[in-house]
Design a binder for this molecule. Structure first.
Ligand code: GSH
Length: 213
């Protein structure tokens, strides 16, 4: 039995889409971050980092997107979520780890600038610098998806497609217009047509342009 703890539009969208793509049976568990549900003692028992996602498999929690994706790929090999050949798979994990440990925490500085600075002015600075840095990372992702046909790894939808969607969508929150990344946006529009992505977006009740002014 698999449960996915997720929050709408958060990085938990990555395993959410993958579970849909693998046609896995799972129970979605909504975590209301704005209500601080991720800081409740029961939730901290699952993930002491107070973050989504958590994948619970037969009652045992697994945290960290990279580990969750590795597990889902091995658990549902028929879904072809990652390339099977060793070197290509390692490269895919490298890209996934990069999205998780570089652009992603840069946006954390934009979402939660109050964690990084005391005064309003300093927080504004933190946000501005992070947004600028994030723009550069979106350029890098755009280069990575330049040859995506139709998805990151060809015909098979993967974690990377869901993460790339999430990052460009978050850019709107940092005041970055997705139209400034035409190739990336066109790719994300293809990704949004995939049934597993449509299903996850509907369950999370999110739109791509939530943050666009
Ligand atoms: N490295 C972690 C990152 C998880 C993460 O940043 N989760 C965010 C949502 S995208 C979160 O739950 N934030 C709540 C908070 O920081 O209060 C992972 O891969 O699971």
């Amino acid at each position: 039995m698999i449960q996915l703890y997720f929050a709408p539009g958060a990085c938990s969208f990555v395993p959410h889409v993958a579970l849909e793509a693998a046609q896995a049976e799972f129970e979605p568990k909504l975590v209301k971050l704005h209500r601080g549900e991720h800081r409740a003692p029961e939730y901290l028992a699952l993930n002491p980092n107070a973050q989504v996602p958590v994948l619970v498999v037969d009652g045992k929690p697994l945290t960290q997107i990279v580990a969750i994706c590795d597990y889902l790929d091995r658990r549902f090999p028929q879904a072809g979520l990652l390339p099977a050949e060793s070197w290509q798979r390692a490269q895919a994990m490298s890209q996934l780890a990069w999205m998780n440990n570089t652009p992603h925490p840069t946006m954390t500085r934009v979402f939660f600038s109050d964690r990084y600075a005391e005064s309003e002015a300093a927080r504004k600075d933190v946000k501005q610098r992070a947004a600028q840095e994030f723009r550069g990372y979106l350029e890098r992702v755009q280069a990575m998806v330049a040859g995506a046909q139709p998805y990151w790894f060809g015909n098979r939808l993967s974690f990377h497609d869901a993460y790339a969607f999430t990052l460009l969508r978050w850019g709107g929150y940092a005041g970055i217009d997705p139209d400034a990344f035409p190739a990336y946006k066109a790719y994300v529009e293809r990704v949004m047509q995939a049934e597993p992505v449509k299903a996850a977006m509907a369950r999370e009740r999110i739109a791509f342009d939530t943050y666009k002014g």
